[in-house]
Design a protein around this ligand. Structure first.
Ligand code: CA
Length: 450
């Protein structure tokens, strides 16, 4: 038994599910064994639902990608939180890639697709505006809840060890740029073009004086192809969610250079967004889903639940990975390389409910504005869109539904943000984003396409 699991095996904890039972959870399974029902804490108990809050439907199909961001959806399903709020027939459906998720939400569940689910920003905005859909069809989406912060990083192929590639790229800039001149450009991969992984890796490169469009080659690789692509040299760097960076490290084909939590502490990461037509038809069911996911987020953030969380999401049905590659990130433990100190801080790993700046779950409009602004920075969206950003954010953002759901769920007022803006955001290189002045932010950046 690992030290981690033995630490957890001693603990007892109160069920969060309202039932007064105290469960002793002795996680006796050895590393690598599939969890048995006896190892898991009981499911949540169904509520007597207020007739005013009874969902219009019990069914929805939610897509997810097998990375730590999906945990609140999987836990809401597996621990019975969806059923607790009357959503007894939720299907949580694994998507082969972000492109598949986009295609499936275009179809909708009636056509065999999905009604929504997990998204990188600004995908819900790009889908709503018809920018990444087939035939540029506009499919309005509502962005309802942030699933997580952190839990993402950039892994580098081993052949680039000892070149100074880390958070600050100043020492590595000449080396990386020289690869292009030598006709062996540094190939940087992300999981979906124009999605947040693309934006994270661009931010990091540009902060180090490396122009992501001119000095390196960028490409999209689905998470499932990650290990093979780094092994064969198809990519030199990969920006993605846990557990993929650690798989690269464990397979000894690459090393961790930087975590997104170092680039932008407590940054917005991935979200729950649904088709607007579904939300409009099912406002009470939407809030039931939100209440269930909020409860799942609180469950996920309890340290005593993280061992069980790792075991549930690792199973064949979900991520289909050894739980060993999930335990370290869930403890905030990251083995860095090239002389950089290892990280051992739970606040640097994936967080789901609260972080050092307050609510993780609440979908701030100011964060959506950053994603649109950063998309303008790289020419993904025309500059004029900033004149229209308020309309786009207001159309897509579903913070009112989040608030109503939080109130219905009895979330303490102190845990419900008062403003739709989190205020000024600060990046590792000293750059600040003031949501009141996105143009000032763009002006402060040296490398940009605008
Ligand atoms: Ca991610």
């Amino acid at each position: 038994m690992t030290k981690f699991s033995s630490e957890f095996s001693r603990r007892q904890f109160l069920l969060t599910a309202g039932a007064s039972a105290i469960a002793s959870v002795f996680l006796k399974g050895c590393v690598g064994n599939p969890p048995s029902a006896a190892d898991l804490s009981p499911k949540a108990v169904a509520l007597d639902i207020n007739p005013d809050q009874k969902p219009e439907t019990t069914t929805i199909k939610l897509g997810y990608i097998p990375i730590v961001e999906a945990a609140p959806l999987i836990i809401a399903q597996e621990k019975g939180f969806f059923a607790r709020y009357g959503m007894t027939d939720v299907e949580v459906s694994k998507q082969a890639s972000w492109g598949s998720a986009r295609d499936n939400v275009e179809i909708g569940s009636a056509g065999g697709g999905i009604d929504g689910g997990q998204w990188q920003l600004p995908m819900p905005h790009l889908i709503s505006e018809g920018i990444i859909t087939k035939g540029n069809r506009k499919i309005p989406m509502i962005n309802l809840l942030q699933l997580n912060t952190h839990g993402n990083g950039i892994a580098i192929a081993n052949k680039h060890l000892d070149k100074g590639i880390g958070l600050d790229l100043a020492a590595a800039k000449d080396y990386i740029v020289s690869l292009k001149a030598a006709n062996t450009p540094f190939k940087v991969a992300y999981t979906f073009p124009k999605g947040n992984q693309d934006l994270w890796v661009r931010y990091w490169l540009a902060a180090g004086g490396i122009d992501p469009d001119q000095d390196v080659n960028l490409l999209a690789v689905s998470a499932a192809q990650t290990v093979a692509n780094m092994r064969t040299g198809t990519m030199d760097a990969f920006s993605t969610g846990d557990p993929w960076p650690l798989r690269i490290v464990n397979d000894q084909i690459g090393f961790m250079a930087v975590l997104t939590s170092q680039i932008w502490k407590f940054h917005p990461e991935e979200y729950l967004a649904l088709r607007k037509d579904w939300v409009d038809q099912h406002p009470k069911a939407t809030k039931a889903l939100l209440k269930a996911i909020m409860e799942a987020q609180q469950w996920c953030d309890k340290p005593q639940n993280r061992e069980e969380l790792a075991r549930i999401v690792a199973t064949r049905k979900y991520f289909n990975v050894p739980p060993e590659v999930l335990r370290p990130p869930y403890m905030g433990k990251y083995q860095m390389a090239d002389g950089k100190p290892d990280i051992n801080d739970p606040m640097m790993g994936p967080l789901y409910w609260k972080d050092g700046r307050g609510s993780v779950s609440y979908p701030y409009k100011s964060h959506e504005l950053w994603f649109l602004t950063e998309s303008v920075r790289w020419g993904f969206l025309p500059k004029q869109i900033l004149n229209d950003a308020e309309r786009i954010v207001n159309a897509v953002n579903g913070e009112e539904l989040w608030r109503e759901a939080a109130q219905e769920a009895g979330i303490p007022t102190a845990d419900i943000p008062q403003s739709t803006s989190r205020g000024v955001e600060k990046f590792f290189d000293g750059i600040e984003f003031d949501p009141a002045n996105p143009t000032g932010y763009l002006n402060s950046l040296a490398i940009k396409r605008v």
